[in-house]
Each structure stands twice: as structure tokens, then as C-alpha cells.
Design a protein around this ligand. Structure first.
Ligand code: FPP
Length: 255
């Protein structure tokens, strides 16, 4: 078995991506392969997530953002959704404990208004309890959809502009000087505290974005291994970083 030290050795001359996003996929298939209920696949996925959060903070990733529950995941059976949120509640104290140990901050993106008050309070508590962490920001996307986020951002921006203008009638000059730019718009997105990801990982061999951060991933490098999420241990993250280091990022320019 490869030790942590060997992993650190493999990373020592590599550039560690500052901001990493992960689409956690394959929990169901992992369980199915073992004739286990899907819930146990999600439980194994939570254990792997705990390991990867800890390792990411140790190797110097500064922002780790994971797609945990999408706006489309409500189409799953009630049993599976209930099981996922039972797991979430079970893991919150562990996530907080680990965040304190690693001096990390936890953050949540997505439209929380669809959740019960209890769930919303749990999310607020998770953010509040860890808000002084400075080593890494770990973000979970819950009831998150990228298009939904953009539409919510447009609504927030619209309300801000109307309020700023004090409900007066707009002159042509004022409309010409609205000053809505990519940079100003970004501030209205849920991810306004997170730099655009350098690296996106999607496990289980699926080659789709599935509505995950379409705005933010415009120039991100993709890594999509066949590995199912519960099997994505430290070494898989090391391989992802090795692959990232072979990319030539030009952001549309030329060398
Ligand atoms: C995808 O696997 C995974 C999810 C829908 C949820 C994964 C989230 C976690 C394990 C993190 C904890 C978060 C919560 C909300 C408990 P899949 O079920 O789509 O796998 P499949 O494609 O193989 O069926």
C-alpha cells in the first residue's frame, strides 16, 4: 500500500490547483456492484468525502467545492432523498470537527429556501460554526443548479439596481452606464467567495456537467476518471493533480 509520505513525495514538485470542484458520482453503482442498498453507497461516499476534504486541506488546496445535491435530484425516490439528508445530518458534526482541526471554513451554495427550517438552520449553523477557518474553504452545493443560480443572480442584481436607483425613471444615459460587467455580475452568484475552479473532477466516467457551475467552469481543466466516487481515495486525487500539471492552460491566448 502506498503511504501518505509517498503521495506527498509525488506532489512535491507539482503545482497544486488553488480551487478544485468535484461532481461526486457513482455511489449508486458502487452499492449495486456489491448488492447493497443505494443508501450504503451514499454512506461510503460520505466516508470518502471526509477523507478527501482532510487530504485536500493538508496538501494546500484552498477551495474545494462539491456537488452534493442538485436541483434535479428531487426526482429521486423519497426514500433515497430522506436517506441522503439523514446522512447529511449525521455528517455535519463530523464535518465541523474536522473543519476545526484543519482550520477550514464550510460554506453552502444553492437555493436553501426549498429545504425545511430545520435543514436550513443546520446549514446556517455549519457555516457559522466554521466561519473563522482560514486554511481552506470547503463548499457543498445543495439544491444547486447552475442555471437556477444564474437566474437568481439576475433577480438579485435587478433588485439591487432598482433599489440603488430609488425607483425613479431611468434616463437613457443612466441605462447606458448601468455598469453590468462579468466582474460585477460574479458578485451576485452564490459562489462569490470562491475563485473559478482550476480543476473539475467528475467520477464514474460520466462526461457531463449536469448543470454544475456552468459560468464558473468556463476555463477549468476537466478530469473524469472511471473510478466510482466511494473509491476515489487520496491516490486518485494525486493522479488528478498529476494530470492537471500536464495541461497547458492558455485561457484563450497563445504562448
Ligand atoms: C451521486 O451518486 C451522488 C449523490 C447524488 C449524492 C452524493 C453526496 C454525498 C455522498 C455527500 C453528502 C451529501 C449529502 C447531501 C448527504 P449517484 O447516486 O448518482 O450514483 P449512480 O450514478 O451510480 O447511481
Amino acid at each position: 500500500m502506498t503511504s501518505d509520505l509517498e503521495f506527498y513525495d509525488r506532489l512535491k514538485d507539482l503545482k497544486i490547483p488553488n480551487s478544485v470542484a468535484i461532481i461526486l458520482d457513482g455511489n449508486g453503482r458502487w452499492a449495486q456492484k456489491r448488492n447493497l442498498p443505494r443508501e450504503l453507497g451514499h454512506k461510503a461516499g460520505c466516508d470518502t468525502l471526509e477523507e478527501i476534504i482532510d487530504y485536500a486541506s493538508k496538501i494546500g488546496i484552498k477551495y474545494l467545492t462539491v456537488y452534493a445535491f442538485s436541483t434535479e435530484n428531487w426526482k429521486r425516490s423519497k426514500e433515497e432523498i430522506d436517506a441522503l439528508f439523514r446522512l447529511f445530518k449525521l455528517y455535519v458534526p463530523i464535518i465541523i470537527d474536522n473543519a476545526h482541526k484543519n482550520n477550514s471554513r464550510c460554506y453552502i451554495i444553492g437555493d436553501l429556501s426549498r429545504f425545511s427550517k430545520e435543514m436550513q438552520d443546520t446549514c446556517k449553523m455549519l457555516m457559522e460554526e466554521t466561519k473563522s477557518g482560514t486554511n481552506m474553504v470547503f463548499t457543498m452545493a445543495l439544491n444547486y443548479g447552475g442555471r437556477d443560480e444564474i437566474i437568481r443572480a439576475i433577480n438579485k442584481l435587478f433588485i439591487a439596481k432598482i433599489t440603488e436607483h430609488n425607483n425613479k425613471e431611468w434616463t437613457k444615459k443612466e441605462l447606458d452606464n448601468l455598469d453590468i460587467t462579468e466582474d460585477s455580475f460574479k458578485n451576485y452568484l452564490d459562489t462569490n467567495i470562491i475563485p473559478d475552479p482550476d480543476l473539475l473532477i467528475r467520477t464514474s466516467g460520466e462526461m457531463r456537467l449536469s448543470n454544475f457551475m456552468p459560468w464558473q467552469l468556463a476555463y477549468t481543466e476537466f478530469y473524469m476518471p472511471e473510478t466510482l466516487w466511494p473509491d476515489f481515495h487520496k491516490e486518485e486525487l494525486v493522479k488528478a493533480i498529476e494530470s492537471y500539471n500536464k495541461r497547458d492552460r492558455r485561457f484563450g491566448g497563445r504562448k
